[in-house]
Design a binder for this molecule. Sequence first.
Ligand code: 6GU
Length: 269
Amino acid sequence: MRLDIVTIFPEYLEPLNVSLVGKARARGQLDVRIHDLREWTHDKHHTVDDTPYGGGPGMVMKPEPWGEALDEILASGDGRPVMVVPTPSGAPFTQQLAVELSEAPWLVFTPARYEGIDRRVIEEYGDRLDVREVSIGDYVLAGGEAPVLVMVEAIARLLPGVLGNAASHQDDSFAPGAMADLLEGPVYTKPPEWRGRTIPEVLLSGHHGKIARWRRDEAFRRTDRNRPDLIERADPAAFDKKDREILAALGWAPGTDGRFGRTSEAVEE
Ligand code: 6GU
């Protein structure tokens, strides 16, 4: 996969030299090219922003440097990349979108600073490319570079051969289908006792069926606590008899449509 990233802070993307993404690059699985937007300016001050038409606070990124940068990058490869535009006004970046983007051979990211990029740039490339405006969550960051780091890591780990163990992202929290949209429960390793704290006995039992059931119960507990919205929107067809028992114990009951909603407080916890 080829990734081009156009930014006014190339040094912000240094973490892409490290760990999983850095190793994927070193192995040739990922061709990451970082470009300084200011190289496509022509004035002495390398100006990339200007005041917004219609007034208002902040500055807007000028269209011309983006146009020249993107034209040159597009001409340097074969076919058409998917263009990913990080913006707090974008559609949510989800595991499903990460999977979809991981299937594209070429992505171009356009992280902006200030109040964003002149709209005409998104329209211009939207006529030629699949352009995705994407947000990584409901909070406002000062620029799109940190979101690019987030998205590239989520995408890169899905590429064939990048994670050591191909099975290891099959049961990720949020992997479609996997643990049926539950959060993952707790994990433990050696030593068996640490500061007086032990390991849940079932994990030492060697009983794979019981371990799987315990893990699923813990997943329900954690999802109930941290993301009850996931239980509300889950397809109840994915819940077996034991699932329904733990849900009932946590204070959930099926409604007329079969979907679960919270009733009382938990009877156990
Ligand atoms: Cl993609 N950009 C900015 N600036 N803020 C964000 C975001 C993106 N996603 C969430 N907040």
